[in-house]
Design a protein. Structure first.
Lengths: 343, 343
DNA sequence: ACGTGAGATGTTTACGTGAACATTTCTGGA
DNA sequence: TCCAGAAATGTTCACGTAAACATCTCACGT
């Protein structure tokens, strides 16, 4: 951490400086600064003029020290620009703005417990009132050590009972994807999954399998992916060679994008030869070719609830544990799915 | 701003509490906390034990007040999850982490000067040492009022002379796209642009036009887009009807994605009928169908330089103005461009 | 045994703000 | 004109940390 340089004082003019120039006490400057109304207009103008002249800006460190509050939420995320998670980040930042909070962001190099713990440690020393963990992936609740008393919310339902969690209804979402495909007449549905060890990935796998079993269908081997478009491409090359494959459910939209690429390249047409469903509904999903049928997550709602749940803890100074909110998903049917050719 | 609640004190145990429990002075706790070595091992252990027992964590507000530094950079961005900008955000966060800084993020509802000013005002009151403005779009240098003394960098070269700026070489990038297409034998190149009033959009338009004129080619009317995939789709529907169109340069990759969608839908094949070039090289560009030829920005380098330039100001306590760094772009040729059919 | 100095530890103070309380100034009524 | 009460303004202090300076303790050499 090279952050702290010498004993340099960045601070510009303080209230005392303004007060001296305006010929009033610093408390009066404080009152003007806070917009209280019990200051004579003439005095207020003097103070404002002095502020203007000196370029005064309140020192937020001192304010935070006084208040015990920063007006800032910490957020830990992984692969900011690479997955649908960026929409969660966006939604949290937006919801936080509405509440008058800003968001301090830390990205993870890898989603392991070690990296997560390091990130938490770094943020724990930062100026935050609470912490949002966007997706824990491989980190489990037991391996995560947090500063005591720091309010936390997690967008991952595996943390139920440990931290308040808000998440999309992975299970219902995956099920709706499988049932949609079966309903179109496909005999079974293949699955390109997320990486091993990832909680959300496992939930989607489980729901996919359960839906197939509930319908009495054969459960093909999982094709392992890692959320990336490249892994979807790899999977697509393999699946394209198997003429028995007519429907594929991908763990997220990036993977589905790569899969579409591979299928096009292999000359298999979508949806005539193979139907494809994604998960997330990223912004580009409807502009892919063909436009992607996918399980939409309501990121905005998730972000809003994460922030609400966090601020509730911050404001009441209590740490919740066993809250678990599940936000419904919605199947968006576009043109990447249809009745199988043979059907 | 509902951020400041009552006079609630979030703060957990302080150094004084730890000191009392350990039976030492708070200064000794401070020394242990800072990892200084002039503390007897036995004393250190006592203090560490007390810290552990109380769950002590240093109060960063007090630290910041003492040091005059937060170890935090503010960043203003627009459309986090929607454009290639998310890669800049990611890069800045990463570069900041390397330097031991965290990043506080504020998103803009709209890229107007008013919104920008409001965001700056909000961040100005936050705990930041400097400010990164990811892209000013429609806000101009003259309309932007910043807290005096706050170091700033901007990822937009129109701010040269006002604030230090780092940006991709828009001009060379756009030119390379046009020259690539002309080199393949296309008579001219159409352009789907960014929104009116956007600086970067205008630079790409100008460079596109200049490249065509330099080659003595006809300059078609600009098709106005707004960075979104939907606008690219609209543009694509129009351009697909014109049989004279053989090559299109899109202002960014999202727009290009929408354009590809429209062309597929209209039955025009890419690149046989129409060649398409994008700008940014988003993660999905190589997995689109066909994989997109595009002008790659070195986001990581841009992020690194933004942070370097900002921290240089923060550390030396000086405000730079006329620094302007241009990061080269690189044309990535994939399969969305080829010799025109007739050529 | 005693002084010396290095190392360990304690005490004081300032950072900038704003709450709580104290004091001054003004307004209006008798 | 003078007093009461309200409004405006000033003074003191605490928030938690760490630098600067002061004091204390101990090992070591003589």
């Amino acid at each position: 951490m090279a952050a702290r340089g010498g004993t340099r004082q960045r601070s510009g003019p303080s209230m005392a400086d303004v007060a001296a120039l305006a010929g009033v006490s610093s408390q009066t400057v404080s009152r003007v600064s806070m917009g209280l109304d019990n200051v004579r207009p003439a005095t207020r103008d003097k103070v404002l003029a002095a502020m203007e002249q000196l370029g005064y800006a309140p020192n937020s460190a001192a304010r935070a020290l006084r208040y015990g509050t920063f007006g800032t939420i910490g957020m830990i995320a992984h692969r900011l620009a690479r997955t649908g998670e960026s929409r969660t980040v966006e939604a949290v930042v937006e919801a936080a703005r509405v509440e008058g909070y800003t968001v301090t962001l830390v990205d993870l190099e890898s989603p392991t417990s070690d990296d997560m713990t390091a990130a938490v440690a770094r943020l724990g020393h930062q100026a935050i009132d609470g912490l949002v963990i966007v997706r824990a992936e491989t980190a489990g609740p037991e391996t995560l050590s947090l500063p005591p008393g720091l309010p936390v919310v997690v967008s991952d339902s595996r943390f139920v009972g440990h931290h308040p969690a808000v998440g999309a209804d992975q299970t219902a979402g995956a099920r709706s994807a499988v049932e949609h495909l079966l309903g179109l007449g496909h005999r079974t549905v293949h699955h390109v999954s997320g990486p091993e060890g990832s909680g959300p990935a496992q939930m989607r796998i489980d729901a996919w399998r359960a839906a197939l079993e509930a319908a009495g269908r054969e459960v093909p081997a999982v094709v392992r992916g890692d959320w990336s478009a490249a892994s979807g491409y790899e999977a697509g090359l393999r699946l394209a060679r198997d003429p028995g494959v007519t429907a594929v459910f991908c763990a997220n939209d990036e993977t589905a994008t790569g899969l579409l690429h591979a299928l096009h390249e292999a000359g298999r047409s979508v949806p005539e030869d193979i139907s494809v469903v994604g998960f997330d509904d990223i912004y580009l999903a409807e502009q892919l070719w063909p436009p992607l049928t996918t399980v939409a997550q309501d990121f905005r709602e998730i972000g809003r609830r994460l922030v609400d749940l966090l601020l509730q803890q911050v404001r009441d100074d209590e740490v919740l544990t066993d809250v678990h909110q599940v936000v419904p998903t919605r199947l968006v049917v576009r043109q990447s799915t249809s009745t199988p050719r043979s059907g």
